[in-house]
Design a protein around this ligand. Structure first.
Ligand code: IMP
Ligand code: MG
Length: 191
């Protein structure tokens, strides 16, 4: 009686998907994510009351989020993906970006909703938007599952945000660490 219960580290270290590694804590459970994705879907449905909508997922991190999100949007839409790569070293973002996979779908005249797993510095996103603007879409907006609110210089801050995330390294629900942990149904903070 009167006790507080919380998810413990042992609960996640027992998860066979973690290969024996423990995570610091579960930040968002699968149920919390599902509830928030449904709210985002409702907001997106209300926002785009006319025109053609193209949901453009940034791979690879957005693949689970996109597949859940599109099933909550109650209007016609198209789905495509793009892969962006930054030039420069791995630790220093050079600010140059190149599309490794370019969407096959025509962008001209469409409302583009760019879907990102997590906005960190926001550098990738800004450069991708600059490239896409040259294709004459009707509009470009961003939907980010997580926003660490580190990026303050963004010309296009996310119009739709799932969660304002802590400044920790997060994995699961599409987010990886060295390509691992993308398949976790929850989002956890690594030790
Ligand atoms: P930005 O250009 O600095 O905003 O980088 C965003 C990209 O970095 C995201 O799309 C992720 O791929 C990656 N990233 C940033 N923070 C995290 C994290 O906490 N976990 C996993 N990947 C992250
Ligand atoms: Mg990513």
């Amino acid at each position: 009686m009167g006790r507080f219960w919380c998810i413990t580290v042992s609960a996640t270290s027992a998860d066979p998907r973690l290969e024996g590694r423990s995570v610091k804590r579960i930040v968002y459970t699968a149920d919390e994510i599902a509830a928030r994705v449904r709210e985002l879907g409702r907001a997106i449905t209300e926002t785009y009351d006319s025109g053609e909508l193209l949901i453009l997922g940034l791979l690879k991190g957005s693949f689970i989020f996109v597949s859940d999100l599109v099933r909550t949007i109650q209007r016609p839409l198209q789905v495509d993906f793009l892969i962006a790569a930054s030039y420069g070293t791995e630790t220093v973002s050079s600010g140059h970006v190149r599309l490794v996979y370019d969407p096959e779908t025509t962008l001209e005249g469409k409302h583009i909703l760019l879907v990102e797993d997590v906005v960190d510095s926001g550098r990738t996103l800004s450069k991708v938007i600059d490239v896409l603007q040259t294709r004459n879409p009707a509009s470009i907006e961003v939907c980010a599952l997580l926003d660490k609110r580190i990026a303050t210089f963004l010309k296009h801050p996310p119009k739709f945000t799932g969660f304002v995330a802590p400044h920790e390294f997060l994995v699961g629900y599409g987010l990886d660490h060295a390509e691992n942990f993308r398949h976790l149904p929850y989002i956890a903070s690594l030790l």
